[in-house]
Design a binder for this molecule. Structure first.
Ligand SMILES: [Cu+2]
Length: 306
């Protein structure tokens, strides 16, 4: 079904869909692009026609009556009708389903995702199924989520940095929050994204239907290191997911959290970056991460054909 439709989507670089509802998003995107393409061609042709038809040499004086035929009215009306059907018939119901019809709790995986400059932290409840208490005042480098060490529910909690595993064919609810600025938890392959806003807990859900390793990106320009704010979503078969849970739970027993400073070489360190939001009137600071490479001087091009 997808392969016959995915033309513009593929052309625009949309990665293959891996979620249950994704094909509906793809259909609307595909149709809207074709429709806008047709309108663009139509309006452009009309514009050129009008330029020629009503040129000055043929119409030295303005015609105050204007168009007499009803064709433009009919055309306009059909465009409005198609747009209304697209919005009321497809877009709004799909959106309503995403925000109102959350899957029943007993069948879902519930995860907390916490954005920070410039990484995604994940918090899983561990074997007891209970999330431990979190407190901003307890946040430190070794405790990136501020887990309360005195809360028994938090003892077996799993905290990971940048990597989240979920089992295939089960709905996942991600509750989003942020430690610093507004981020956006975006899963292009799952066709879903939602803002992570400090002080709010925002739920979103999807159901992965294809195993694989997918990219998690930040969809809001959140600072100098925004480009590097990437994570990995691994959709595992159920048994492999259990293995991962077990492994992470064992790790959680020995160390509270992975070090929050593990970053690929050359990328900015985790934590608020001083100077991300310079005070008004401050001199512009150079972005150390985006320094242009020193290139050797190019030899001047010599005219060919000696
Ligand atoms: Cu971000």
């Amino acid at each position: 079904m997808m392969s016959s439709l995915a033309l513009i989507n593929e052309f625009l670089g949309q990665p293959p869909n891996a979620s249950e509802h994704g094909y509906q998003i793809d259909h609307i995107l595909e149709f809207a692009h074709w429709f806008m393409g047709a309108l663009f061609v139509g309006w452009s042709a009309f514009f050129v026609f009008v330029l020629i038809r009503f040129r000055r040499s043929r119409h030295p004086k303005a015609d105050h009556t204007g168009v007499r035929s009803g064709i433009s009215t009919h055309l306009e009306f059909s465009v409005v009708l198609i747009e209304a059907v697209l919005l009321i018939g497809f877009a709004i119901p799909l959106w309503a389903k995403r925000v109102n019809e959350f899957p029943p709790a007993q069948d879902t995986i519930l995860v907390h995702a916490v954005g920070q400059q410039f990484n995604w932290n994940f918090h899983l409840p561990g074997p007891d199924g209970q999330f431990g208490r979190r407190d901003v005042s307890l946040v430190s480098n070794s405790n990136p989520l501020g887990l309360d060490p005195n809360d028994p529910a938090g003892k077996d909690d799993i905290v990971t940095l940048g990597e989240l595993h979920v089992p295939v064919d089960r709905p996942v609810i991600v509750e989003l929050s942020s430690k610093d600025v507004i981020h956006n938890f975006c899963l292009p392959h799952m066709r879903i994204a939602a803002d992570a806003i400090p002080g709010s807990l925002i739920p979103m859900w999807f159901k992965p239907i294809k195993e694989g390793t997918y990219e998690i990106v930040c969809g809001q320009l959140c600072g100098l290191g925004h480009y590097g704010m990437k994570g990995t979503l691994v959709v595992d078969p159920p048994d492999k997911y259990q293995d991962w849970l077990k492994e992470r739970a064992e790790l959680a027993g020995t160390q509270n959290a992975p070090p929050s400073t593990q970053r690929p070489a050359g990328e900015p360190s985790v934590g608020p970056t001083p100077g991300t939001v310079p005070p008004p009137g401050a001199p512009k600071t150079e972005n150390p991460a985006a320094k242009p490479e020193q290139k050797p001087a190019q030899p001047a091009p010599t005219p060919s054909g000696e």
